[in-house]
Design a binder for this molecule. Structure first.
Ligand code: SRM
Ligand code: SF4
Length: 579
């Protein structure tokens, strides 16, 4: 069994950060009284739409981010008005599964209580509401909990985030198993604090005594992400997560997992001490060891992670600082297991299979493409109303994918045509979409993300149009490049695992990275810095033209740019070529 020591008890003598001043967020957490802070008082404060700066950090643990509409920021400043504050709420949905009834409630709440009116599917298999005013926050929490049985506990902050798992519906039995483990992991890593129910739900005590047996009172040094992948599908992008379980299957059963630790994609422009990093393979564990190993990895990161510099606090840096072997031994000791040599597996697919597939249980599953995951009624394309119409007749469930798409799952044969008609009417099925569009992804960026340096979600549709034109020009219209755009180097659309990616530098300007691969196991490298739209297209025109002529059979764009020497081979982490 994992010991439940506090971080202080577990810090080894030679911890490199012991003598330095801890980051102020550590103070905020430790003084917060199990994440209460002064949130209740802040909610009652009617003179501002915001919370105090300490509470802005604490509300993250409750699944909220304070934001202001960036399109209006300058104008409001000019008029000497407070920024137009509103909140993002991120739901907790391990594995991304929801019922039609839940979807109807999610839709209603978005229309009645949010300014944006949209449901935004995320790259971590859940949904976000944007634009909730402070005065509506409590109602949103209560409606979500009491009408849809959904909460947002620990979807942000220095804790384990939404646990994601492969959503391929064709392997129904196996999906059920990896989904079950995702939910068990998620539940094991929930807080033991009554603050959430107390503040938002006017709730009764859930936990008799408040303590955090796994996290300790100051929780983790930084966010922590877990994925469960079911090969051959790498839709979850294992190298983006602190902890990954790759399911090893025998016949129809998951018999164990290969454990990969220390993936992460964020970096800071110009700071070479920050970098995207692939996860290290620790080895194989038996299926029933998954929870103990999870606990051991989380507590090792809790105790060894950097609490001084938040830019170096993720597990990937802990591995770099202490060494992979030491971290691994620590996990073995805490979990009481020995990692066996990894079992063979292969990732061959990553994007969602858009369209209908029949599962092994003879149920049908329709994966619909939702550009950047934004569900809204667009002119001539009422996606949101269409989805509501489907939810009203659908007898199965829905699954949000880690690629911001949605699966209308478990449709009986007799209902298939009705669902198809509704999906076509609202634009959820659109035969004009190309493979390129299906394999392109963007993060939110403007106008809500405070960290955005350039557009992403609002730029993606035109960028894809342009890339489609280039592919057509070079007779590659049926082909695609795994293309991702993020408004800054944090990499929320996992741009650092794409074949080609644009990373925002300033309005209208991006760094162009090339050389990732189609199955998400290689980190791309910077090819051009700070370029504008016309340079991006000129470069892509030239490179797609060369790829069309020089590629070997079925050679992906990312593999081609490396073989052709356009990009030097990237082995492990971007650090290898930044240094
Ligand atoms: Fe992210 C911060 C949006 C997945 C790396 N991310 C943010 C914030 C909350 C900005 C902020 O801190 O104020 C963004 C809110 C924008 C908005 O208005 O909605 C934001 N991240 C998103 C989402 C919604 C992108 C999307 O288009 O779907 C994804 C929500 C996931 C979820 O449901 O939990 C999202 N973020 C990711 C991923 C991809 C993943 O997890 O698979 C990454 C890269 C993987 C990783 O963590 O290394 C990612 N987000 C970051 C980082 C950099 C973290 C780092 O340690 O390097 C930040 C900034 C931070 O934490 O300081 C960030
Ligand atoms: Fe915001 Fe940057 Fe994440 Fe995009 S990548 S959502 S701009 S933090």
């Amino acid at each position: 069994m994992t010991e439940t020591l506090t971080p202080q008890q577990n810090v080894p003598e030679k911890h490199p950060f012991m003598s330095q001043k801890l980051h102020d967020n550590e103070r905020i957490k430790s003084e917060s009284n199990f994440l209460r802070g002064k949130i209740v008082e802040g909610l009652q404060e009617a003179t501002t739409g915001a919370f105090s700066s300490d509470d802005v950090q604490l509300i993250k643990f409750h699944g909220l981010y304070q934001q202001d509409h960036r399109d209006f920021r300058a104008e409001r400043k000019k008029q000497k008005l407070e920024p137009l504050y509103s909140f993002l709420l991120r739901a907790r949905l391990p594995g991304g599964v929801i019922t039609p009834q839940q979807l109807l409630e999610i839709d209603r709440i978005s229309s009645e209580l949010t300014n944006a009116g949209s449901i935004r599917l995320t790259t971590r298999q859940t949904f976000q509401y944007h634009g909730i005013y402070k005065r509506h926050l409590k109602s949103v929490f209560q409606e979500l909990k009491f009408k849809a049985n959904i909460d947002s506990i620990f979807t942000a902050g220095d804790v384990n985030r939404n646990v994601i798992c492969t959503s391929n519906p064709m392997q129904s039995e196996l999906h059920a198993q990896v989904y079950e483990w995702s939910t068990k992991i998620s539940e094991m890593l929930l807080p033991h604090s009554n603050a959430f129910a107390e503040i938002w739900l006017d709730g009764e005590k859930i936990h008799e005594t408040e303590h955090e047996p796994i996290y300790g009172e100051t929780l983790l040094p930084r966010k922590f992400k877990i994925a469960v992948a079911l090969p051959p599908f790498n839709d979850v992008d294992v190298h983006a997560n602190d902890l990954n379980f790759v399911a090893i299957v025998k016949d129809t059963h998951v018999v164990g997992f290969n454990v990969l630790v220390g993936g992460g994609l964020g970096m800071t422009h110009g700071d070479k001490t920050t970098f995207p990093r692939k996860a290290d393979d620790f080895g194989f564990i038996a299926v029933n060891d998954i929870l103990e190993v999870t606990k051991a990895v989380v507590t090792t990161q809790r105790d060894l992670g950097n609490r001084v510099s938040r830019s170096h606090a993720r597990t990937k840096y802990t591995l770099e600082t202490h060494g992979v072997e030491k971290f691994k031994q620590e996990v073995e000791g805490r979990a009481g297991i020995r990692f066996e040599p990894s079992r063979p597996y292969e990732f061959t697919e990553r994007g969602d299979r858009i369209g209908w597939v029949k599962g092994c249980d003879n149920k049908w599953h329709l994966t619909v493409f939702i550009e950047s995951g934004r569900i809204l009624d667009y002119p001539g394309k009422p996606l949101k109303s269409g989805l509501v119409a489907i939810a009203k007749i659908h007898q199965g469930d829905f699954r949000i994918t880690s690629n911001q798409n949605l699966i209308i799952a478990n449709v009986p044969e007799a209902e298939k045509d009705k669902i198809e008609i509704l999906a076509r009417q609202c634009g959820l099925i659109d035969d004009r979409h190309t493979a390129q569009r299906f394999n392109s992804m963007a993060c939110v960026a403007f106008p809500t993300c405070p960290l955005a340096m350039a557009e992403a979600e609002r730029y993606l549709p035109t960028l894809v149009n342009d890339i489609e034109i280039l592919l057509k020009k070079h007779n590659l219209a049926e082909d695609h490049i795994v293309l991702r755009v993020t408004g800054c180097p944090n990499g929320c659309a996992r741009s650092m695992l794409a074949e080609a990616s644009l990373v925002g530098k300033a309005p209208g300007r991006y760094n162009l990275y090339l050389g990732g691969n189609t199955n998400g196991t290689r980190i791309p490298k910077m090819y051009q810095e700070n370029i504008d739209q016309s340079s991006i297209l000129a470069t892509m025109d030239e490179l797609i033209g060369r790829w069309a002529i020089e590629r070997r059979a079925h050679e992906g764009f990312g593999d081609y740019v490396i073989r052709a020497g356009i990009i030097k081979k990237v082995i492990r982490a971007s650090r290898d070529f930044h240094n």
